[in-house]
Design a protein around this ligand. Structure first.
Ligand SMILES: [Zn+2]
Length: 253
């Protein structure tokens, strides 16, 4: 879905947990090239290519991949993308998530307890398929060419500001597109049943920190927010984010 000139919210269908859903990488481009924000699960390269080409952008115009954080549904597509494009693409991530992404540390959600839970949730899958999913969590990694810091501004596509929003993961970032006042929120916010909501407690390691991070978004005037899970949302975004930032974290989370 094109949400502004040079900003497309991609839709990659997936049904990992038996219920069809989609994830939403964002593609931003100008005459210099395109920036992809998040890259889907392992095995989604062809879907990604199709979604980018459908947006009217040639796949080989992608110059940068910025990842909002280390989770497999965000970094899983990078290795295949790089194998396809080689050195043309620069991969950027926050310094606090880099060691996980490059494989120096195990991905936070690939620890043995979480994988045992995941295996249980996937018990409806044929054994072979389930093993492949678990193996993907254990082995997925990606190259990171450059780390990003809070407040850094990438000059691409009218200016992209990096906002460090730890909580969902230590190195989670949101990206503010200055030209279009679009906030690419990663998993710091979600759209659920048409409503803008906070981070998912089941998938967020440090909920109090994740809620506190939402307070950092107050200094940006946001017209549209793009959630990786749920897609774009507009209308009263600033007020809604302020409301979510003021909420008490759910103690049961
Ligand atoms: Zn995610």
């Amino acid at each position: 879905m094109l949400i502004a000139t040079g900003v497309e919210v991609l839709e990659l269908p997936m049904d990992l947990f038996g219920a069809p859903t989609s994830v939403h990488p964002t593609l931003v481009w100008d005459d210099e090239g395109a920036v992809l924000i998040d890259a889907g699960f392992p095995g989604q390269l062809e879907q990604l290519r199709e979604a980018v080409e459908d947006a009217g952008v040639s796949f080989n115009r992608i110059r940068k991949v910025v990842v909002t954080h280390q989770d497999i549904d965000h970094i899983g597509g990078i290795a295949a993308l790089l194998a396809d494009a080689d050195d043309r693409i620069e991969v950027l991530a926050h310094e606090a998530d880099r060691p996980y992404i490059v494989g120096e540390k195990r991905l936070i959600k690939a620890n043995p307890e979480r994988l045992a839970q995941l295996s249980k949730r996937l018990s409806f899958l044929p054994e072979e398929r389930r093993k492949a999913v678990i193996a993907a969590f254990e082995t997925t990694k990606a190259r990171v060419d450059r780390t990003l810091a809070d407040g850094e501004r990438l000059p691409s596509c009218g200016g992209v500001v990096v906002i460090h929003t730890p909580g969902h993961t230590p190195g989670h970032i949101c990206l503010y597109l200055e030209r279009t006042k679009i906030l690419v929120a990663g998993d710091a916010l979600n759209v659920s049943d048409g409503l803008l909501v906070g981070p998912n407690p089941r998938a967020t390691d440090d909920m109090p920190r994740a809620i506190a991070s939402l307070g950092k978004l107050a200094r940006y005037d946001v017209e549209t927010v793009v959630c990786y899970h749920g897609g774009p949302y507009s209308g009263g975004v600033n007020a809604r984010i302020a409301e979510l930032a003021a909420a008490e974290p759910d103690p049961g989370a």
